[in-house]
Design a protein around this ligand. Structure first.
Ligand code: IVH
Length: 710
C-alpha cells in the first residue's frame, strides 16, 4: 500500500458520517494517494494496487466531493481526469519550426493586421490583400512527414523546435493516409494540421471509459491529446481521432502558389481539410466570415476557439516572414470569452520572479467553457479597487482559450452586508519586505504593480527565478517543472541554477536517495538526470533568456545572442557597459535596433550586481552556452555585418529591408558609429549619411545593397 499519507480513523468511517474537518483530511489524503498510484501506473508501469482497489479510492473521493463540494481541492483526482499520461516519447527535431499564431480579439486588431501587411509590403491602399479564413480547431497540432509519398514520421509540436515522435500512434488514425498515391506529390512533404475529437465521439468515449471504470476526459481537446499520447498505440487505435490539414513544414516542392491552392492539393492527396475555408478580398469579407462561423459554432460538431486568417499569396508569406515565434502573415481571431458566475472565497497574493505581487481570486469552483475554474487573476491593486472586488462577493469570471481566467465584474446586489473593501498588502506576504509601487521608467507614472523589495532574500522570488530558469523556452528540463523545483527548493536541494547540475553527484554521495523519495522512483530519477545532462550545453539565446533579466524576453534574448555571438563576448561587453555608461560597449547596446534605454539599463544593472555574477560563475562551471549560429547564412556576404538603413527606400519598406538583412545574418542598428559596416542610404538621407562619411563607413545605395545580397 502507499506510504504517501498517514491515515486517520476517518478512513474507515462511511462517507455520510464524516464531519467537514474529517472530509477535508480525507480528500487531502486521497488526492496524494491517487496521484501516487497514477504515477506508479503511468510513469513506472508498476502499479501497486489492483484496478478494483484503485477504483474504490476514486469512487470514495467522488462520494466525499459530492457531499462537500466546497472542499473540492485544486489538485483533486476528479479534476485531474484526462490528465495526459506521462509516457516518454523520443524527440524529433522539426526541420521547419512549428510556429504559433498571434491572437486578435477585436475587429480593429484585424484591420491593424491588414494595415501592417500593407505597410510591410509597401502596398497601396487599393491593392487587395487576399486572405484565407478558416476555423481555429481546438485540438493539438501535428507534423506528418511524407517521403516519396509514404508516411515516415509524425511529431507533436512540442516547444516548436522539437516535438515527440508519435508515429505508431498516428498510424492508427484512419483519416491520416499511410501512403499518398497521387502522381504530383513532391518527394518530401510535411503536412501539418490538427488532430481533434468530435464532441459526440468524445461523449461516447467518456461513457465507455466510465463504464469500464476508467478515467474520463475533461473536454474533447484533452481527450484528443490524452488518446494520442498513449504508450500503447493499440489504445490510441480505439479512440475516435480525426484530422484537418491546414499548413506544411519542410517540402521539396509546392503544388501551388497560394495558401488555398496548397490546401486544395493536400485535400486531393487524401487529407481532410476544413470545408469552411474561404478566400476573403476585403476586411468586410473577413468580418463576415468570422460572424458566419460564430453563429454556427455550437452546431459544428467539434470545438473551435476562433478563426485563422492567412495571406493567400505564398510569395508574400515568404517576404513577410516571422517575428519571434509567429508569422507576420497569419493571425488568430478569437471568439469572445465564455463567462460564469461564482463566489470569491478569498484573495491570495502571489509573488512573482521580479517581485510583482499579483492578487489571485480563490473561487468556488465553477465550469467555464467546459473547464473547471477555481483561480482567476485580479491583475493588481488598481484593478481590485476599480472593480471594488471584495471577499465574499459574487463575481463574473471569464476564460478565453489558454488565457488565465479573469474576474470581470462584481454582482453588487449579491454582496454580503459585512463585506469590506480589500486592503492590498504593503509588505511582501512571503518575506515581509516592503512592497512598493515604483515609478515606471517607460511611462514616468507610478506603476500599477506593487513589488516586493526583498530581491534575492525573498524565497518566493528565488523559487520563481528557478522555475523560469527551467521553463519551456529556457532550459526546458524534462521532469523538472514548477512542482519539482518548489519541492527541491523547500528541501534546500536546489537554491540556485548551478545546483540543478550537481544534483546527480550529490545524490550519489547521499545516503537518502532521491529514488526513494515520495513522488520519485528509479526510472523518473534516471530520466531526470539524463534530461539535466542533455542541457549541459545550450543555445546562447535560451541561456540568456533563462537568466531572467528584467525586460529580457525571448525576442530580446535572441537579439542579444545574435548581436554578441558568444556568452563571453556578451558578458565582457555588459561588464564594461555597467562600469561606464560612456563606454562604446554601452553605446553599442543601446544602439541595437529593438533594445531601448529601459531594457539596456536592466541588462547592465543585472551585470553590475555581484550576486548575479556569483550565480553565473557557479553555473558556468557546469553549463556551456553555445555560440549563436545564425541560420544558414554561410554564403551570405553580409553575415555578421552591422548595417544602418537611412533615407527613403524605394524597392521595399524599411521593416522588410530590416527583416531581410537579419535573415541573412546582418545586424541592423539604429544609428551610425565606428562599428557600423555598411550604411544603405536612400533619397533624403541626412545626419546619418553625414556621420558615415565622416567616419569613413561604406555607404551604398538601395540598388547596390540589393545587388550585394543577391
Ligand atoms: S496555422 C504558421 N491554422 O493554433 C501557422 N493553426 O496558435 C501555423 N490551429 O499550433 C498554424 N487551427 O495547433 C493554423 N486552421 C488553423 C488552425 C491552427 C488550429 C492551432 C495550431 C497552432 C495554434 C497556433
Amino acid at each position: 500500500m502507499s506510504k504517501v499519507a498517514r491515515k486517520s480513523k476517518a478512513d474507515k468511517k462511511p462517507t455520510d458520517q464524516l464531519t467537514e474537518a474529517e472530509a477535508h483530511g480525507e480528500l487531502k489524503r486521497l488526492a496524494a494517494e491517487i496521484a501516487e498510484h497514477d504515477r506508479r501506473y503511468h510513469q513506472e508501469d508498476a502499479p501497486t494496487v489492483s484496478d478494483a482497489e484503485y477504483d474504490a479510492l476514486v469512487a470514495k473521493n467522488a462520494a466525499i466531493e459530492a457531499r462537500f463540494p466546497q472542499l473540492i481541492r485544486s489538485d483533486s483526482p476528479s479534476r485531474r481526469v484526462g490528465a495526459v499520461p506521462l509516457a516518454h516519447f523520443a524527440k524529433i527535431a522539426h526541420a521547419v519550426p512549428m510556429l504559433s499564431l498571434s491572437n486578435a480579439f477585436a475587429e480593429e486588431d484585424i484591420s491593424d493586421f491588414i494595415d501592417r501587411i500593407r505597410r510591410f509590403l509597401g502596398l497601396d491602399e487599393d491593392k487587395a490583400v487576399e486572405l484565407t479564413s478558416e476555423p481555429k480547431i481546438d485540438g493539438l497540432s501535428i507534423s506528418l512527414r511524407y517521403e516519396r509519398g509514404r508516411l515516415i514520421t509524425a511529431a507533436t509540436r512540442g516547444d516548436g523546435s522539437e516535438g515527440e515522435n508519435v508515429t505508431p500512434n498516428v498510424r492508427t488514425i484512419s483519416e491520416i493516409p499511410h501512403e499518398l498515391k497521387a502522381p504530383d506529390v513532391p518527394d518530401v512533404f510535411e503536412v501539418r494540421g490538427e488532430i481533434y475529437m468530435r464532441k459526440d465521439d468524445f461523449e461516447a468515449l467518456n461513457e465507455r471509459l466510465a463504464a469500464e471504470g476508467g478515467k474520463v476526459f475533461a473536454n474533447p481537446r484533452n481527450g484528443a491529446a490524452g488518446s494520442l499520447r498513449q504508450k500503447n498505440p493499440e489504445i490510441t487505435a480505439t479512440r475516435p481521432l480525426r484530422f484537418f490539414a491546414y499548413a506544411w513544414g519542410e517540402v521539396s516542392a509546392l503544388p501551388a502558389t497560394t495558401q488555398s491552392g496548397v490546401v486544395e492539393a493536400m485535400n486531393a492527396w487524401g487529407f481532410p481539410t476544413n470545408p469552411l475555408m474561404k478566400i476573403c478580398r476585403t476586411f468586410d469579407e473577413v468580418v463576415a466570415s468570422y460572424r458566419a462561423v460564430e453563429v454556427d459554432r455550437a452546431t459544428l460538431g467539434y470545438d473551435i476557439d476562433g478563426m485563422v486568417y492567412k495571406v493567400n499569396r505564398l510569395d508574400w508569406q515568404e517576404r513577410l516572414g516571422f517575428v519571434s515565434r509567429a508569422p507576420r502573415w497569419a493571425i488568430a481571431h478569437k471568439f469572445p470569452a465564455e463567462k460564469a458566475t461564482t463566489i470569491l472565497r478569498d484573495i491570495e497574493i502571489q509573488v512573482g520572479r521580479t517581485g510583482a505581487l499579483t492578487p489571485v481570486a480563490k473561487l468556488e469552483p465553477v465550469t467555464v467553457g467546459g473547464v473547471v475554474v477555481s483561480n482567476a487573476t485580479l491583475h493588481n491593486a488598481d484593478e481590485i479597487e476599480r472593480k471594488d472586488v471584495r471577499i465574499g462577493d459574487t463575481v463574473i469570471v471569464q476564460r478565453a482559450g489558454d488565457v488565465i481566467p479573469q474576474v470581470v465584474s462584481v454582482v453588487t446586489e449579491r454582496r454580503p452586508a459585512k463585506a469590506k473593501p480589500y486592503e492590498f498588502p504593503t509588505v511582501c506576504p512571503v518575506c515581509g519586505s516592503h512592497a512598493v509601487r515604483e515609478i515606471n521608467a517607460k511611462t514616468g507614472r507610478v506603476d500599477a504593480v506593487r513589488r516586493c523589495t526583498g530581491g534575492l532574500i525573498c524565497p518566493a522570488q528565488r523559487v520563481e527565478r528557478l522555475k523560469h530558469f527551467v521553463s519551456r523556452d529556457a532550459f526546458d528540463i524534462d521532469g523538472l517543472g514548477d512542482k519539482q523545483i518548489a519541492a527541491f527548493y523547500e528541501e534546500d536541494h536546489i537554491t540556485q541554477p548551478a545546483d540543478i547540475f550537481t544534483l546527480e553527484a550529490r545524490d550519489a554521495a547521499n545516503k537518502e536517495k532521491l529514488a526513494d523519495k515520495e513522488g520519485w522512483g528509479a526510472t523518473s530519477v534516471r530520466n531526470l538526470f539524463a534530461a539535466v545532462d542533455a542541457r549541459r550545453t545550450i543555445g546562447l539565446d535560451r541561456f540568456i533568456y533563462a537568466l531572467g533579466i528584467r525586460h529580457v524576453g525571448e525576442t530580446t534574448a535572441r537579439l542579444l545572442a545574435r548581436t554578441y555571438g558568444t556568452f563571453d563576448t556578451f558578458r565582457e561587453a555588459m561588464t564594461t557597459a555597467a562600469a561606464d555608461h560612456e563606454s562604446d560597449q554601452y553605446d553599442e547596446l543601446v544602439n541595437v535596433d529593438g533594445i531601448g534605454q529601459v531594457v539596456a539599463d536592466a541588462i547592465v544593472e543585472f551585470f553590475a550586481e555581484a550576486h548575479n555574477n556569483a550565480v553565473l560563475d557557479d553555473l558556468l562551471q557546469y553549463v556551456t552556452p553555445e555560440s549563436f549560429v545564425v541560420e544558414d547564412t554561410s554564403g551570405s556576404p553580409v553575415a555578421g555585418k552591422t548595417v544602418v538603413f537611412t533615407g527613403t527606400l524605394e524597392r521595399m519598406t524599411r521593416p522588410e529591408a530590416k527583416a531581410q538583412a537579419e535573415r541573412l545574418g546582418a545586424k541592423v542598428a539604429g544609428s551610425v558609429s565606428k562599428r557600423t559596416d555598411i550604411v544603405v542610404a536612400g533619397p533624403g538621407a541626412g545626419s546619418k549619411l553625414k556621420k558615415a562619411t565622416e567616419l569613413g563607413v561604406e555607404v551604398v545605395s538601395e540598388d547596390d545593397w540589393l545587388a550585394l545580397i543577391g
